[in-house]
Each structure stands twice: as structure tokens, then as C-alpha cells.
Design a protein around this ligand. Structure first.
Ligand SMILES: [Zn+2]
Length: 248
């Protein structure tokens, strides 16, 4: 079983590990390592980490039962290896994922809207909420709620608990059936079952901005940006505005 160091401390960027199994499949080496900081691809809606093992690019990371498999296209002959993740990329995903929990908490608390799906991609992220329509004035309310929680800099923590204990907490989206469940908590505000990597404090999310809301049959799809992505988007809009002004 691979020790999932990213669950205990998602801020570790480099770690030593030992290859315990290696398979050669379709020109690539699939390596099981005794412990890892690499988050596996599309596990719980969050994309896998990028990075290197002994300086060689990791092409894919996936779960195989309780193990994590790392895919590279060069043979690594030593058993002991150095794993490094692309930190900027990980921080970006943590900002979007912690931000998603906060946004979902806002829809739940303010409008009783439950998150029925979410996606975090390289450029776009969204949550699907089971309410049929949402006007502009309500969007402002959600954004204000989420950003106030950010600037109050609450702690975000994770812990594993059994099902009976979980029944005593106001947990959102109780769809998981395992007996032991990992809960990500935003300081008494939100409790959500999740195996993703999260920031330590809400302040690190930076900002949450809703970009677009599309109404579907019986739910809304809410596109949002957090942290550095929102900063970049603001910069892009400023540049575009300047270009339009200069063209006049
Ligand atoms: Zn999550």
C-alpha cells in the first residue's frame, strides 16, 4: 500500500521514496512507490499532480486499489528515488478545490442548494447546484459570503471518522458508503467528505469570483475562478479594455 503523504501534508514538494514494483506497459514504466506526494489523476474531481521522479517527467499518476502508480517513459534503474511535484500547479489546484468547497457551502447555507457535481480543470472549474435559476443579485450575495470567509482566514483541516460519528456533524453530500470517511472542515462552517488536497487557511484561496452561470433543466452550472487564476483573469480583462480604448 502506498503511503499517501499528500493527505497528511499537502505542502511537501519533494520526498524520497522506494520503487516496490515496476511494470513495462506500452513503452512506459508504471511504478508503484512505497510513499508519494503525487495526487492521482481525477481522483475525487481534482486533476493529478505534475512533477518529476529523479528528474524524469511523470506522465500520469493513477490509483490501483490502495496503491498509487506513477508513469514515466524512461527506465529508472535505482530503487531509491526522489519525487518532486510542480508546486505552482499543485497550489493552483488547492486554491480551486478549497474554493469549490467554500462556494458549495455558500450555495447550501444561503439558498439550500446542494452541489450535485463539480469539475476542476486546467483552465476552467465549475460546480453544479440543484437549483433551477439564479439572478444577478443572488450571485453578489454568494460571492460576498465566500470572500468574507476568505478574509476572515479560517482554518481548513481534514480528519478521518467513522460513519456513526459523522452522523453527529452537518456533513454536506453524504453520498459515500465507506465506513471510514475523510472529512474536510472549514472551521465549523462546512464539513464535506473529500480525499483531495486542501489549503491550511481560507486566506490562501485569495479570492473567489463567479465567471458565469448557465441554467440547465433543473440545476445551474457555476463557473468560478480562485486565487492566481482570478488575478490573471483580471489582468486579461484590463488588457482587453485598454486595447478597446486604444482602438477607438
Ligand atoms: Zn473536495
Amino acid at each position: 500500500m502506498t503511503k499517501k503523504v499528500y493527505l497528511e501534508n499537502p505542502y511537501i514538494r519533494q520526498i524520497d521514496g522506494r520503487i516496490i514494483q515496476k511494470k513495462y506497459i506500452d513503452d512506459r514504466y508504471h511504478m508503484k512507490i512505497n510513499r508519494t506526494i503525487f495526487y492521482p489523476n481525477l481522483s475525487d474531481g481534482q486533476p493529478g499532480d505534475k512533477g518529476t521522479i529523479n528528474g524524469i517527467d511523470v506522465l500520469d499518476v493513477y490509483e490501483d486499489g490502495d496503491d498509487i502508480i506513477h508513469v514515466v517513459d524512461e527506465n529508472i534503474s535505482s530503487k531509491n528515488v526522489k519525487l518532486s511535484i510542480d508546486w505552482d500547479n499543485r497550489l493552483d489546484y488547492m486554491q480551486q478545490h478549497s474554493g469549490q468547497h467554500l462556494l458549495s457551502a455558500g450555495f447550501y447555507k444561503l439558498f439550500n442548494g446542494e452541489t450535485i457535481g463539480f469539475y476542476i480543470g486546467e483552465e476552467h472549474s465549475h460546480v453544479d447546484v440543484n437549483i433551477p435559476y439564479m439572478g444577478e443579485e443572488y450571485i453578489d450575495k454568494i460571492e460576498l459570503f465566500a470572500n468574507k470567509v476568505i478574509y476572515s482566514n479560517f482554518t481548513i483541516k481534514s480528519y478521518t471518522m467513522n460513519r456513526e460519528d459523522m452522523d453527529r456533524l452537518p456533513v454536506r453530500n453524504e453520498m459515500k458508503s465507506e465506513s471510514n470517511i475523510r472529512i474536510v472542515e472549514i472551521d465549523g462552517i462546512d464539513f464535506s467528505p473529500c480525499n483531495g488536497t486542501h489549503l491550511r487557511r481560507t486566506g490562501e484561496i485569495g479570492i473567489i469570483k463567479i465567471k458565469d452561470i448557465q441554467a440547465h433543466k433543473d440545476y445551474i452550472r457555476v463557473q468560478f475562478l480562485c486565487g492566481y487564476r482570478a488575478l490573471k483573469d483580471y489582468g486579461d480583462i484590463m488588457k482587453e479594455n485598454k486595447r478597446l480604448k486604444d482602438d477607438r
